[in-house]
Design a protein around this ligand. Structure first.
Ligand SMILES: [Zn+2]
Length: 263
């Protein structure tokens, strides 16, 4: 499945570099945008620019967040500035990763899941799941589609594979949120990240129920908003409405294959 996804993304976006180049570029910037620390990265071709020569040579590329990639595309930075950003020691940036944690609990319409292969599955598509990186931290994978099941926003292990017709993507390290909005596709979706200090009593109790030790850092990732596909879903803090009907709530899933399954 991974391989076919990779091929699919290549045919859809030829600009996406191969996995080894992506990894090299991510390592180089300490796995966060060198300008703001955002761990959700894209790849900017600057020397030469993509429009001049279609290449995947790491020396002429840099990993940046979506916002700074847009700025770089419009010429905000000189090649020398970008080269300096590649050379910097980016360990400082890593400390800004508010949501890099070893334990991640997923919250969706009053249901909670921990240590499951897929957190949210709809009509057979795993839409949200977490995978460990080499340091044992959870990374985010995400698939958002339109009603014809064309990919609109796809992230694999904190890596943007695809963004199509998205009006707004906001992800900042300081206000830990990932917002994806597209008017034409009726997508208004938000992932909200909370660490222990910001969790309410119910959420702390969920960590206890999942036997996550109090001395270990944990993160709650909560879904809000609405998605049109693969089924129409509305997510609020304590309710989940699927195809116009109230769906289950109050469930807890631990160490299972698929957690919340819709449709
Ligand atoms: Zn940035």
């Amino acid at each position: 499945m991974e391989k076919s996804e990779e091929m699919k993304s290549k045919s859809q976006i030829a600009r996406t570099p191969p996995p080894d180049v992506r990894l090299e570029l991510r390592r180089e910037v300490g796995f966060g945008c060198p300008l703001c620390g955002n761990p959700h990265l894209e790849y900017h071709h600057f020397d030469p620019p993509w429009r001049i020569n279609k290449h995947h040579s790491a020396e002429g590329m840099i990993a940046l967040c979506a916002r700074h990639h847009n700025e770089a595309d419009s010429g905000a930075f000189t090649n020398e500035q970008l080269r300096n950003l590649k050379k910097n020691n980016h360990t400082r940036v890593q400390s800004k990763f508010n949501w890099r944690r070893k334990h991640t609990v997923f919250a969706c319409g009053g249901n909670y899941a921990y240590d499951c292969t897929a957190m949210l599955t709809a009509r057979g598509i795993d839409m949200i799941y977490f995978e460990k990186d080499d340091d044992g931290y959870d990374t985010l994978s995400l698939k958002i589609y339109d009603t014809c099941l064309n990919p609109i926003a796809v992230m694999r292990k904190n890596d943007w594979i695809c963004r199509n017709n998205v009006d707004e993507i906001e992800a900042t390290p300081r206000t830990p949120k990932l917002i994806i909005k597209s008017k034409i596709h009726r997508i208004d979706f938000e992932l909200f990240f909370k660490d222990r200090g910001n969790m309410n009593e119910t959420e702390i109790k969920v960590l206890d129920d999942f036997n996550i030790p109090e001395y270990e850092e944990a993160l709650l990732v909560k879904v809000r908003g609405k998605l049109p596909a693969p089924c129409s879903a509305i997510f609020s803090d304590d309710r989940l409405i699927v195809d116009g009907r109230l769906f289950f709530s109050g469930n807890k899933f631990i160490s299972s294959n698929k957690a919340i399954v819709l449709g």
